[in-house]
Design a protein. Structure first.
Length: 93
């Protein structure tokens, strides 16, 4: 019985590590997509994301926002885009 519990614990740890790995891969692909874009495209994307963030904040204030995690996701996407632009500017110098 103790062996079964250990096996279950090991299986749960493996599942958890696989989930984390999948999340990391998904984030990397988002950054990779941004890096393949031109700088002006990234700037346009930032403007669109800022507008979306504003709309989400407005919905949250009114109480109409159902998925509050979307706010955090959009903020992180904006930060990723700015990070790529900053990396490119530093690479030019």
């Amino acid at each position: 019985m103790a062996k079964e519990k250990k096996k279950d614990a090991v299986n749960e740890k493996e599942k958890a590590s696989k989930k984390v790995t999948k999340k990391v891969i998904a984030k990397q692909s988002t950054v990779q997509k941004i890096r393949t874009q031109e700088s002006n495209e990234i700037e346009k994307q930032i403007v669109e994301l800022k507008q979306e963030h504003f709309n989400l904040r407005f919905q949250a204030a009114v109480g109409k926002l159902e998925n509050t995690a979307q706010l955090r996701k959009v903020k992180k996407d904006i930060a990723r885009a700015y990070t790529v632009l900053t990396e490119r500017e530093k690479a030019r110098v």
